[in-house]
Design a protein around this ligand. Sequence first.
Ligand code: HEM
Ligand SMILES: *[C@@H]1O[C@H](CO)[C@@H](O)[C@H](O)[C@H]1NC(C)=O
Ligand SMILES: *[C@@H]1O[C@H](CO)[C@@H](O)[C@H](O)[C@H]1NC(C)=O
Ligand SMILES: *[C@@H]1O[C@H](CO)[C@@H](O)[C@H](O)[C@H]1NC(C)=O
Ligand SMILES: *[C@@H]1O[C@H](CO)[C@@H](O)[C@H](O)[C@H]1NC(C)=O
Ligand SMILES: *[C@@H]1O[C@H](CO)[C@@H](O)[C@H](O)[C@H]1NC(C)=O
Ligand SMILES: *[C@@H]1O[C@H](CO)[C@@H](O)[C@H](O)[C@H]1NC(C)=O
Ligand SMILES: *[C@@H]1O[C@H](CO)[C@@H](O)[C@H](O)[C@H]1NC(C)=O
Ligand SMILES: *[C@@H]1O[C@H](CO)[C@@H](O)[C@H](O)[C@H]1NC(C)=O
Length: 353
Amino acid sequence: MGSSKFLPFLQLVLCSLLLGISNGQSIVPVVPGLSYTFYDSNCPGLEIIVRSHLWEVFNNNITQAAGLLRLHFHDCFVQGCDGSVLLDGSTSGPSEQDAPPNLTLRAAAFTIIDDLRALVHNACGPIVSCADIVALAARESVFLPNGPYYQIPLGRRDSVNFATRPVTLANLPPPTFNTTSLINAFAAKNLTTTDLVALSGGHTIGRGHCASFANRLYPTQDSTLDQTFANNLKLTCPTNTTDNSTNLDIRSPNLFDNKYFVDLMNRQGLFTSDQDLYTDSRTRNIVTSFAVNQSLFFEKFVDGMLKMGQLGVLTGTQGEIRTNCSATNVNNINIDLASVVRDHQEQEMLSQY
Ligand code: HEM
Ligand SMILES: *[C@@H]1O[C@H](CO)[C@@H](O)[C@H](O)[C@H]1NC(C)=O
Ligand SMILES: *[C@@H]1O[C@H](CO)[C@@H](O)[C@H](O)[C@H]1NC(C)=O
Ligand SMILES: *[C@@H]1O[C@H](CO)[C@@H](O)[C@H](O)[C@H]1NC(C)=O
Ligand SMILES: *[C@@H]1O[C@H](CO)[C@@H](O)[C@H](O)[C@H]1NC(C)=O
Ligand SMILES: *[C@@H]1O[C@H](CO)[C@@H](O)[C@H](O)[C@H]1NC(C)=O
Ligand SMILES: *[C@@H]1O[C@H](CO)[C@@H](O)[C@H](O)[C@H]1NC(C)=O
Ligand SMILES: *[C@@H]1O[C@H](CO)[C@@H](O)[C@H](O)[C@H]1NC(C)=O
Ligand SMILES: *[C@@H]1O[C@H](CO)[C@@H](O)[C@H](O)[C@H]1NC(C)=O
Protein backbone atom coordinates (compact mmCIF):
# COMPACT_ATOMS: atom_id res chain seq x y z
CA MET A 1 0.00 0.00 0.00
CA GLY A 2 1.80 3.13 1.29
CA SER A 3 2.36 5.82 -1.28
CA SER A 4 1.03 3.71 -4.15
CA LYS A 5 -2.43 4.30 -2.69
CA PHE A 6 -2.15 7.92 -3.68
CA LEU A 7 -1.03 7.27 -7.21
CA PRO A 8 -4.50 7.27 -8.75
CA PHE A 9 -5.41 10.63 -7.26
CA LEU A 10 -2.07 12.11 -8.21
CA GLN A 11 -2.60 10.79 -11.70
CA LEU A 12 -6.08 12.29 -11.79
CA VAL A 13 -4.75 15.70 -10.88
CA LEU A 14 -2.11 15.46 -13.58
CA CYS A 15 -4.60 14.24 -16.14
CA SER A 16 -7.08 16.94 -15.27
CA LEU A 17 -4.35 19.48 -15.82
CA LEU A 18 -3.54 17.97 -19.17
CA LEU A 19 -7.19 17.84 -20.11
CA GLY A 20 -7.52 21.43 -19.08
CA ILE A 21 -4.63 22.50 -21.24
CA SER A 22 -5.51 20.53 -24.35
CA ASN A 23 -9.25 20.56 -23.72
CA GLY A 24 -8.33 16.96 -24.40
CA GLN A 25 -11.74 15.44 -24.78
CA SER A 26 -12.15 13.56 -27.99
CA ILE A 27 -14.15 14.68 -30.98
CA VAL A 28 -16.70 11.90 -30.58
CA PRO A 29 -20.10 13.59 -30.71
CA VAL A 30 -22.42 13.56 -27.71
CA VAL A 31 -25.78 12.01 -28.55
CA PRO A 32 -28.89 14.13 -27.94
CA GLY A 33 -30.10 13.82 -24.35
CA LEU A 34 -26.68 13.12 -22.82
CA SER A 35 -24.28 15.75 -21.55
CA TYR A 36 -20.97 16.18 -19.77
CA THR A 37 -22.66 18.30 -17.08
CA PHE A 38 -25.82 16.26 -16.58
CA TYR A 39 -25.58 15.84 -12.79
CA ASP A 40 -23.48 18.93 -12.04
CA SER A 41 -26.24 20.76 -10.24
CA ASN A 42 -28.21 17.96 -8.60
CA CYS A 43 -25.50 15.41 -7.84
CA PRO A 44 -22.16 17.21 -7.91
CA GLY A 45 -20.46 14.55 -5.76
CA LEU A 46 -21.35 11.70 -8.13
CA GLU A 47 -18.00 11.07 -9.76
CA ILE A 48 -16.05 11.39 -6.50
CA ILE A 49 -18.41 8.97 -4.72
CA VAL A 50 -17.93 6.40 -7.48
CA ARG A 51 -14.18 6.87 -7.68
CA SER A 52 -13.50 6.75 -3.97
CA HIS A 53 -15.61 3.64 -3.42
CA LEU A 54 -13.97 1.84 -6.34
CA TRP A 55 -10.57 2.97 -5.16
CA GLU A 56 -11.28 1.10 -1.93
CA VAL A 57 -12.68 -1.95 -3.76
CA PHE A 58 -9.69 -2.12 -6.12
CA ASN A 59 -7.16 -1.63 -3.32
CA ASN A 60 -8.68 -4.72 -1.81
CA ASN A 61 -8.82 -6.65 -5.10
CA ILE A 62 -7.73 -5.01 -8.35
CA THR A 63 -9.13 -7.84 -10.47
CA GLN A 64 -12.64 -6.46 -9.92
CA ALA A 65 -11.86 -3.68 -12.39
CA ALA A 66 -11.99 -6.18 -15.26
CA GLY A 67 -15.43 -7.42 -14.25
CA LEU A 68 -16.79 -3.87 -14.27
CA LEU A 69 -15.25 -2.92 -17.60
CA ARG A 70 -16.71 -5.99 -19.25
CA LEU A 71 -20.12 -5.32 -17.73
CA HIS A 72 -20.30 -1.99 -19.58
CA PHE A 73 -19.33 -3.63 -22.89
CA HIS A 74 -22.04 -6.26 -22.51
CA ASP A 75 -24.61 -3.70 -21.43
CA CYS A 76 -23.93 -1.47 -24.43
CA PHE A 77 -23.72 -4.16 -27.12
CA VAL A 78 -27.06 -5.70 -26.22
CA GLN A 79 -30.02 -3.34 -26.55
CA GLY A 80 -27.89 -0.26 -25.77
CA CYS A 81 -26.29 1.09 -22.59
CA ASP A 82 -29.48 0.85 -20.58
CA GLY A 83 -28.54 -1.24 -17.55
CA SER A 84 -30.35 -4.25 -19.01
CA VAL A 85 -27.40 -6.48 -18.23
CA LEU A 86 -28.05 -5.94 -14.53
CA LEU A 87 -31.61 -7.16 -14.50
CA ASP A 88 -32.13 -10.43 -12.80
CA GLY A 89 -33.58 -12.57 -15.60
CA SER A 90 -35.60 -14.97 -13.52
CA THR A 91 -37.78 -12.28 -11.91
CA SER A 92 -39.61 -11.26 -15.04
CA GLY A 93 -38.37 -13.22 -17.98
CA PRO A 94 -37.12 -16.54 -19.16
CA SER A 95 -36.81 -19.50 -16.91
CA GLU A 96 -33.38 -20.20 -15.59
CA GLN A 97 -32.96 -22.91 -18.14
CA ASP A 98 -33.64 -20.42 -20.93
CA ALA A 99 -31.48 -17.69 -19.46
CA PRO A 100 -28.98 -16.47 -22.02
CA PRO A 101 -25.43 -17.59 -21.38
CA ASN A 102 -25.21 -14.31 -19.62
CA LEU A 103 -21.75 -14.57 -19.48
CA THR A 104 -18.96 -15.20 -17.27
CA LEU A 105 -19.76 -11.80 -15.86
CA ARG A 106 -18.49 -11.70 -12.32
CA ALA A 107 -21.02 -11.96 -9.54
CA ALA A 108 -19.01 -9.38 -7.63
CA ALA A 109 -19.50 -6.80 -10.40
CA PHE A 110 -23.28 -6.82 -9.87
CA THR A 111 -22.84 -6.34 -6.13
CA ILE A 112 -20.37 -3.49 -6.62
CA ILE A 113 -22.76 -1.68 -8.97
CA ASP A 114 -25.63 -1.91 -6.53
CA ASP A 115 -23.37 -0.78 -3.67
CA LEU A 116 -22.43 2.25 -5.76
CA ARG A 117 -26.09 2.91 -6.52
CA ALA A 118 -26.92 2.88 -2.81
CA LEU A 119 -24.10 5.31 -2.01
CA VAL A 120 -25.08 7.65 -4.83
CA HIS A 121 -28.81 7.52 -4.09
CA ASN A 122 -28.15 8.15 -0.39
CA ALA A 123 -26.24 11.27 -1.31
CA CYS A 124 -28.42 12.63 -4.12
CA GLY A 125 -31.72 10.76 -4.09
CA PRO A 126 -32.78 8.24 -6.75
CA ILE A 127 -31.85 10.41 -9.72
CA VAL A 128 -28.80 8.63 -11.15
CA SER A 129 -29.40 5.65 -13.43
CA CYS A 130 -27.78 2.25 -13.06
CA ALA A 131 -26.66 2.56 -16.70
CA ASP A 132 -24.72 5.75 -15.87
CA ILE A 133 -23.22 4.07 -12.80
CA VAL A 134 -22.04 1.17 -14.97
CA ALA A 135 -20.49 3.64 -17.44
CA LEU A 136 -18.77 5.56 -14.63
CA ALA A 137 -17.54 2.34 -13.02
CA ALA A 138 -16.09 1.24 -16.38
CA ARG A 139 -14.25 4.55 -16.69
CA GLU A 140 -12.71 4.12 -13.23
CA SER A 141 -11.84 0.53 -14.13
CA VAL A 142 -9.70 1.92 -16.93
CA PHE A 143 -8.31 4.92 -15.07
CA LEU A 144 -7.47 3.48 -11.64
CA PRO A 145 -5.31 0.59 -13.02
CA ASN A 146 -3.19 3.29 -14.77
CA GLY A 147 -5.16 3.73 -17.98
CA PRO A 148 -6.34 6.99 -19.54
CA TYR A 149 -8.75 9.34 -17.81
CA TYR A 150 -11.62 10.66 -19.86
CA GLN A 151 -14.89 12.40 -19.18
CA ILE A 152 -18.09 10.69 -20.18
CA PRO A 153 -21.45 12.09 -21.23
CA LEU A 154 -24.16 11.21 -18.70
CA GLY A 155 -27.94 11.11 -18.61
CA ARG A 156 -28.62 7.50 -19.60
CA ARG A 157 -31.89 6.03 -18.34
CA ASP A 158 -32.54 2.43 -17.31
CA SER A 159 -34.53 -0.01 -19.40
CA VAL A 160 -37.68 -1.61 -18.09
CA ASN A 161 -36.97 -4.83 -19.98
CA PHE A 162 -34.07 -6.99 -20.95
CA ALA A 163 -33.07 -8.67 -24.15
CA THR A 164 -34.14 -12.16 -25.09
CA ARG A 165 -31.68 -14.99 -25.43
CA PRO A 166 -31.46 -14.85 -29.25
CA VAL A 167 -30.95 -11.08 -29.19
CA THR A 168 -28.21 -11.39 -26.57
CA LEU A 169 -26.46 -14.11 -28.56
CA ALA A 170 -26.75 -12.21 -31.81
CA ASN A 171 -25.17 -9.08 -30.37
CA LEU A 172 -22.25 -10.40 -28.33
CA PRO A 173 -19.41 -11.67 -30.51
CA PRO A 174 -18.00 -14.99 -29.28
CA PRO A 175 -14.24 -15.46 -28.71
CA THR A 176 -14.08 -17.84 -31.66
CA PHE A 177 -14.87 -15.05 -34.15
CA ASN A 178 -12.25 -14.17 -36.75
CA THR A 179 -11.48 -10.60 -37.75
CA THR A 180 -13.98 -10.59 -40.62
CA SER A 181 -16.81 -11.51 -38.30
CA LEU A 182 -15.61 -9.05 -35.65
CA ILE A 183 -15.42 -6.19 -38.14
CA ASN A 184 -18.99 -6.97 -39.18
CA ALA A 185 -20.23 -7.21 -35.59
CA PHE A 186 -18.66 -3.86 -34.76
CA ALA A 187 -19.84 -2.23 -37.99
CA ALA A 188 -23.37 -3.19 -36.99
CA LYS A 189 -22.81 -0.84 -34.02
CA ASN A 190 -21.31 1.86 -36.23
CA LEU A 191 -17.88 1.07 -34.78
CA THR A 192 -14.88 1.14 -37.11
CA THR A 193 -12.06 -1.34 -37.53
CA THR A 194 -9.85 0.95 -35.44
CA ASP A 195 -12.52 1.00 -32.73
CA LEU A 196 -12.56 -2.80 -32.83
CA VAL A 197 -8.82 -3.12 -32.33
CA ALA A 198 -8.66 -0.37 -29.70
CA LEU A 199 -11.62 -1.71 -27.70
CA SER A 200 -10.23 -5.24 -27.87
CA GLY A 201 -7.39 -3.69 -25.86
CA GLY A 202 -9.82 -3.90 -22.93
CA HIS A 203 -8.35 -7.40 -22.69
CA THR A 204 -5.25 -5.84 -21.15
CA ILE A 205 -6.92 -6.65 -17.82
CA GLY A 206 -8.94 -9.60 -16.59
CA ARG A 207 -9.25 -13.32 -17.10
CA GLY A 208 -10.77 -15.91 -19.41
CA HIS A 209 -12.01 -19.43 -18.76
CA CYS A 210 -10.81 -22.54 -20.58
CA ALA A 211 -14.10 -22.82 -22.46
CA SER A 212 -13.33 -19.50 -24.17
CA PHE A 213 -10.08 -20.71 -25.74
CA ALA A 214 -10.16 -24.54 -25.62
CA ASN A 215 -10.98 -24.40 -29.35
CA ARG A 216 -7.37 -23.31 -29.87
CA LEU A 217 -5.91 -26.28 -28.00
CA TYR A 218 -8.20 -29.23 -28.74
CA PRO A 219 -8.54 -31.33 -30.77
CA THR A 220 -5.66 -29.67 -32.61
CA GLN A 221 -3.50 -26.76 -31.62
CA ASP A 222 -4.02 -23.41 -33.34
CA SER A 223 -0.93 -22.83 -35.48
CA THR A 224 -0.82 -19.15 -34.55
CA LEU A 225 -0.17 -19.96 -30.86
CA ASP A 226 3.32 -19.49 -29.47
CA GLN A 227 4.46 -22.97 -28.37
CA THR A 228 5.52 -22.12 -24.79
CA PHE A 229 2.34 -20.14 -24.28
CA ALA A 230 0.30 -23.08 -25.64
CA ASN A 231 2.07 -25.50 -23.31
CA ASN A 232 1.19 -23.32 -20.32
CA LEU A 233 -2.42 -23.04 -21.44
CA LYS A 234 -2.57 -26.82 -21.61
CA LEU A 235 -1.38 -27.01 -18.01
CA THR A 236 -4.17 -24.62 -17.03
CA CYS A 237 -6.70 -26.49 -19.18
CA PRO A 238 -5.60 -30.15 -19.39
CA THR A 239 -8.84 -31.14 -21.15
CA ASN A 240 -11.41 -29.38 -23.31
CA THR A 241 -13.82 -29.42 -20.36
CA THR A 242 -11.56 -28.18 -17.53
CA ASP A 243 -13.10 -25.31 -15.55
CA ASN A 244 -10.14 -23.03 -14.85
CA SER A 245 -9.09 -19.55 -15.89
CA THR A 246 -6.04 -17.56 -16.85
CA ASN A 247 -4.99 -13.96 -17.44
CA LEU A 248 -5.90 -12.30 -20.73
CA ASP A 249 -2.65 -10.30 -20.79
CA ILE A 250 0.29 -12.41 -19.66
CA ARG A 251 2.65 -9.44 -19.35
CA SER A 252 0.76 -7.10 -17.00
CA PRO A 253 -2.65 -8.59 -16.18
CA ASN A 254 -3.66 -5.93 -13.67
CA LEU A 255 -2.43 -2.82 -15.44
CA PHE A 256 -4.33 -0.96 -18.10
CA ASP A 257 -1.54 -0.55 -20.64
CA ASN A 258 -0.69 -1.50 -24.24
CA LYS A 259 0.95 -4.84 -23.40
CA TYR A 260 -2.03 -6.75 -24.81
CA PHE A 261 -0.87 -5.65 -28.26
CA VAL A 262 2.68 -6.75 -27.49
CA ASP A 263 1.21 -10.14 -26.55
CA LEU A 264 -0.52 -10.36 -29.93
CA MET A 265 2.73 -9.59 -31.76
CA ASN A 266 4.30 -12.48 -29.83
CA ARG A 267 1.45 -14.86 -30.64
CA GLN A 268 0.31 -14.83 -27.03
CA GLY A 269 -3.22 -13.59 -27.52
CA LEU A 270 -5.67 -15.77 -25.58
CA PHE A 271 -8.73 -15.94 -27.82
CA THR A 272 -9.07 -16.48 -31.55
CA SER A 273 -10.75 -13.06 -31.60
CA ASP A 274 -7.60 -11.53 -30.08
CA GLN A 275 -4.87 -13.27 -32.05
CA ASP A 276 -6.59 -12.98 -35.41
CA LEU A 277 -6.34 -9.18 -35.15
CA TYR A 278 -2.60 -9.64 -35.67
CA THR A 279 -2.94 -12.36 -38.29
CA ASP A 280 -5.37 -10.41 -40.48
CA SER A 281 -3.70 -7.88 -42.75
CA ARG A 282 -6.51 -5.35 -42.28
CA THR A 283 -5.86 -5.01 -38.54
CA ARG A 284 -2.22 -6.04 -38.15
CA ASN A 285 -0.81 -2.54 -38.62
CA ILE A 286 -3.24 -1.11 -36.10
CA VAL A 287 -2.13 -3.71 -33.55
CA THR A 288 1.50 -2.83 -34.20
CA SER A 289 0.87 0.89 -33.96
CA PHE A 290 -0.72 0.43 -30.51
CA ALA A 291 2.06 -1.94 -29.38
CA VAL A 292 4.69 0.70 -30.11
CA ASN A 293 2.73 3.76 -28.99
CA GLN A 294 0.67 3.54 -25.82
CA SER A 295 -0.56 7.14 -26.14
CA LEU A 296 -2.04 6.31 -29.50
CA PHE A 297 -3.78 3.27 -28.03
CA PHE A 298 -5.17 5.33 -25.16
CA GLU A 299 -6.46 8.00 -27.55
CA LYS A 300 -8.22 5.47 -29.79
CA PHE A 301 -9.50 3.46 -26.83
CA VAL A 302 -11.13 6.56 -25.35
CA ASP A 303 -12.77 7.35 -28.71
CA GLY A 304 -14.08 3.79 -28.87
CA MET A 305 -15.39 3.88 -25.31
CA LEU A 306 -17.20 7.17 -25.93
CA LYS A 307 -18.89 5.73 -29.00
CA MET A 308 -19.68 2.39 -27.39
CA GLY A 309 -20.84 4.10 -24.21
CA GLN A 310 -23.54 6.00 -26.08
CA LEU A 311 -24.99 3.12 -28.08
CA GLY A 312 -28.77 2.89 -28.00
CA VAL A 313 -29.13 4.99 -24.87
CA LEU A 314 -32.49 5.87 -23.35
CA THR A 315 -32.75 9.55 -22.46
CA GLY A 316 -35.20 12.18 -21.30
CA THR A 317 -38.39 10.52 -20.13
CA GLN A 318 -37.62 7.13 -21.67
CA GLY A 319 -37.14 4.19 -19.33
CA GLU A 320 -36.72 4.91 -15.64
CA ILE A 321 -34.19 5.44 -12.85
CA ARG A 322 -34.09 2.09 -11.10
CA THR A 323 -34.04 2.09 -7.32
CA ASN A 324 -32.49 -1.39 -7.38
CA CYS A 325 -30.19 -2.13 -10.29
CA SER A 326 -31.19 -5.81 -10.38
CA ALA A 327 -34.90 -5.16 -10.87
CA THR A 328 -37.20 -2.79 -12.71
CA ASN A 329 -39.01 -0.50 -10.27
CA VAL A 330 -42.25 -2.41 -10.66
CA ASN A 331 -40.46 -5.69 -9.94
CA ASN A 332 -38.41 -4.35 -7.07
CA ILE A 333 -39.71 -6.65 -4.40
CA ASN A 334 -37.25 -7.80 -1.81
CA ILE A 335 -38.26 -11.42 -1.58
CA ASP A 336 -35.90 -14.04 -2.86
CA LEU A 337 -32.27 -13.20 -2.19
CA ALA A 338 -31.25 -16.83 -2.43
CA SER A 339 -32.39 -17.06 -6.03
CA VAL A 340 -30.34 -13.98 -6.97
CA VAL A 341 -27.23 -15.51 -5.50
CA ARG A 342 -27.97 -18.73 -7.33
CA ASP A 343 -28.54 -16.97 -10.66
CA HIS A 344 -25.30 -15.08 -10.36
CA GLN A 345 -23.42 -18.25 -9.56
CA GLU A 346 -24.88 -19.81 -12.65
CA GLN A 347 -23.86 -16.85 -14.73
CA GLU A 348 -20.36 -17.34 -13.36
CA MET A 349 -20.36 -20.96 -14.47
CA LEU A 350 -21.61 -20.43 -17.99
CA SER A 351 -18.35 -19.85 -19.72
CA GLN A 352 -19.11 -19.89 -23.40
CA TYR A 353 -19.32 -16.13 -23.88
C1 HEM B 1 -14.04 -7.86 -29.70
C2 HEM B 1 -14.95 -8.69 -29.26
C3 HEM B 1 -14.84 -9.30 -27.88
C4 HEM B 1 -14.89 -10.63 -27.62
C5 HEM B 1 -15.08 -11.75 -28.61
C6 HEM B 1 -14.73 -10.77 -26.19
C7 HEM B 1 -14.75 -11.97 -25.51
C8 HEM B 1 -14.45 -12.12 -24.19
C9 HEM B 1 -14.42 -13.37 -23.49
C10 HEM B 1 -14.77 -14.71 -24.10
C11 HEM B 1 -14.01 -13.13 -22.23
C12 HEM B 1 -13.73 -14.14 -21.13
C13 HEM B 1 -14.96 -14.80 -20.58
C14 HEM B 1 -14.50 -15.93 -19.71
O1 HEM B 1 -14.05 -16.94 -20.28
O2 HEM B 1 -14.54 -15.79 -18.48
C15 HEM B 1 -13.78 -11.72 -22.11
C16 HEM B 1 -13.34 -11.11 -20.97
C17 HEM B 1 -13.19 -9.75 -20.85
N1 HEM B 1 -13.53 -8.80 -21.80
FE1 HEM B 1 -13.99 -9.17 -23.72
N2 HEM B 1 -14.57 -9.54 -25.64
C18 HEM B 1 -14.64 -8.61 -26.63
C19 HEM B 1 -14.59 -7.24 -26.49
C20 HEM B 1 -14.40 -6.60 -25.28
C21 HEM B 1 -14.50 -5.17 -25.09
C22 HEM B 1 -14.90 -4.17 -26.16
C23 HEM B 1 -14.20 -4.93 -23.78
C24 HEM B 1 -14.15 -3.61 -23.07
C25 HEM B 1 -13.70 -2.50 -23.60
C26 HEM B 1 -13.89 -6.20 -23.18
C27 HEM B 1 -13.48 -6.36 -21.88
C28 HEM B 1 -13.25 -7.58 -21.28
C29 HEM B 1 -12.68 -7.72 -19.95
C30 HEM B 1 -12.19 -6.60 -19.06
C31 HEM B 1 -12.66 -9.09 -19.68
C32 HEM B 1 -12.20 -9.78 -18.38
C33 HEM B 1 -13.39 -9.97 -17.48
C34 HEM B 1 -13.04 -10.55 -16.13
O3 HEM B 1 -11.87 -10.75 -15.81
O4 HEM B 1 -14.00 -10.79 -15.37
N3 HEM B 1 -14.05 -7.18 -24.10
N4 HEM B 1 -14.07 -11.13 -23.32
C1 LIG C 1 -10.18 -11.25 -6.14
O1 LIG C 1 -11.49 -11.71 -6.43
C2 LIG C 1 -11.55 -12.87 -7.24
C3 LIG C 1 -12.99 -13.23 -7.53
O2 LIG C 1 -13.85 -12.16 -7.50
C4 LIG C 1 -10.85 -14.02 -6.53
O3 LIG C 1 -10.86 -15.17 -7.36
C5 LIG C 1 -9.42 -13.63 -6.22
O4 LIG C 1 -8.80 -14.65 -5.48
C6 LIG C 1 -9.39 -12.33 -5.43
N1 LIG C 1 -8.01 -11.91 -5.30
C7 LIG C 1 -7.51 -11.40 -4.19
C8 LIG C 1 -6.11 -10.96 -4.22
O5 LIG C 1 -8.18 -11.30 -3.16
C1 LIG D 1 -28.08 -10.59 -20.72
O1 LIG D 1 -27.22 -9.46 -20.87
C2 LIG D 1 -27.66 -8.50 -21.82
C3 LIG D 1 -26.67 -7.42 -21.89
O2 LIG D 1 -25.42 -7.91 -21.72
C4 LIG D 1 -29.00 -7.96 -21.43
O3 LIG D 1 -29.47 -7.04 -22.39
C5 LIG D 1 -29.95 -9.10 -21.31
O4 LIG D 1 -31.19 -8.61 -20.89
C6 LIG D 1 -29.44 -10.11 -20.29
N1 LIG D 1 -30.38 -11.20 -20.19
C7 LIG D 1 -30.78 -11.71 -19.02
C8 LIG D 1 -31.81 -12.75 -19.08
O5 LIG D 1 -30.31 -11.34 -17.96
C1 LIG E 1 -14.16 -15.89 -40.93
O1 LIG E 1 -15.27 -16.57 -40.40
C2 LIG E 1 -16.36 -16.65 -41.33
C3 LIG E 1 -17.54 -17.23 -40.57
O2 LIG E 1 -17.17 -18.39 -39.92
C4 LIG E 1 -15.93 -17.48 -42.53
O3 LIG E 1 -16.97 -17.58 -43.47
C5 LIG E 1 -14.73 -16.81 -43.17
O4 LIG E 1 -14.24 -17.63 -44.21
C6 LIG E 1 -13.62 -16.56 -42.18
N1 LIG E 1 -12.66 -15.67 -42.81
C7 LIG E 1 -11.37 -15.90 -42.78
C8 LIG E 1 -10.51 -14.92 -43.48
O5 LIG E 1 -10.89 -16.83 -42.18
C1 LIG F 1 -25.69 3.68 -36.91
O1 LIG F 1 -25.81 4.91 -37.58
C2 LIG F 1 -27.02 5.03 -38.35
C3 LIG F 1 -26.96 6.31 -39.12
O2 LIG F 1 -26.60 7.37 -38.29
C4 LIG F 1 -28.20 4.96 -37.39
O3 LIG F 1 -29.40 5.01 -38.09
C5 LIG F 1 -28.16 3.66 -36.62
O4 LIG F 1 -29.19 3.62 -35.65
C6 LIG F 1 -26.81 3.48 -35.91
N1 LIG F 1 -26.75 2.17 -35.34
C7 LIG F 1 -26.50 1.98 -34.05
C8 LIG F 1 -26.45 0.56 -33.58
O5 LIG F 1 -26.31 2.87 -33.25
C1 LIG G 1 -5.61 -24.52 -13.14
O1 LIG G 1 -4.52 -23.76 -13.61
C2 LIG G 1 -3.40 -23.74 -12.79
C3 LIG G 1 -2.34 -22.87 -13.43
O2 LIG G 1 -2.91 -21.72 -13.99
C4 LIG G 1 -2.86 -25.15 -12.62
O3 LIG G 1 -1.78 -25.13 -11.70
C5 LIG G 1 -3.95 -26.04 -12.08
O4 LIG G 1 -3.50 -27.37 -12.06
C6 LIG G 1 -5.16 -25.96 -12.98
N1 LIG G 1 -6.26 -26.72 -12.39
C7 LIG G 1 -6.77 -27.77 -13.00
C8 LIG G 1 -7.95 -28.39 -12.32
O5 LIG G 1 -6.35 -28.18 -14.05
C1 LIG H 1 -14.23 -32.39 -25.98
O1 LIG H 1 -13.56 -33.35 -26.76
C2 LIG H 1 -14.32 -34.53 -26.98
C3 LIG H 1 -13.42 -35.51 -27.70
O2 LIG H 1 -12.76 -34.92 -28.77
C4 LIG H 1 -15.55 -34.16 -27.80
O3 LIG H 1 -16.33 -35.30 -28.06
C5 LIG H 1 -16.37 -33.15 -27.02
O4 LIG H 1 -17.46 -32.71 -27.80
C6 LIG H 1 -15.51 -31.94 -26.65
N1 LIG H 1 -16.26 -31.10 -25.73
C7 LIG H 1 -16.28 -29.80 -25.85
C8 LIG H 1 -17.06 -29.03 -24.82
O5 LIG H 1 -15.69 -29.20 -26.75
C1 LIG I 1 2.11 8.38 -30.51
O1 LIG I 1 0.75 8.74 -30.60
C2 LIG I 1 0.50 10.05 -30.15
C3 LIG I 1 -1.01 10.20 -30.07
O2 LIG I 1 -1.62 10.06 -31.31
C4 LIG I 1 1.15 11.01 -31.11
O3 LIG I 1 0.91 12.34 -30.72
C5 LIG I 1 2.65 10.75 -31.10
O4 LIG I 1 3.27 11.55 -32.07
C6 LIG I 1 2.94 9.29 -31.39
N1 LIG I 1 4.36 9.05 -31.12
C7 LIG I 1 5.15 8.52 -32.02
C8 LIG I 1 6.56 8.31 -31.59
O5 LIG I 1 4.77 8.23 -33.13
C1 LIG J 1 -33.12 -5.98 -5.67
O1 LIG J 1 -33.82 -6.76 -6.61
C2 LIG J 1 -33.53 -8.13 -6.54
C3 LIG J 1 -34.23 -8.81 -7.72
O2 LIG J 1 -35.60 -8.64 -7.65
C4 LIG J 1 -34.02 -8.64 -5.20
O3 LIG J 1 -33.82 -10.03 -5.10
C5 LIG J 1 -33.24 -7.92 -4.11
O4 LIG J 1 -33.65 -8.34 -2.85
C6 LIG J 1 -33.42 -6.43 -4.26
N1 LIG J 1 -32.52 -5.75 -3.33
C7 LIG J 1 -32.97 -4.94 -2.40
C8 LIG J 1 -31.94 -4.31 -1.53
O5 LIG J 1 -34.15 -4.69 -2.25
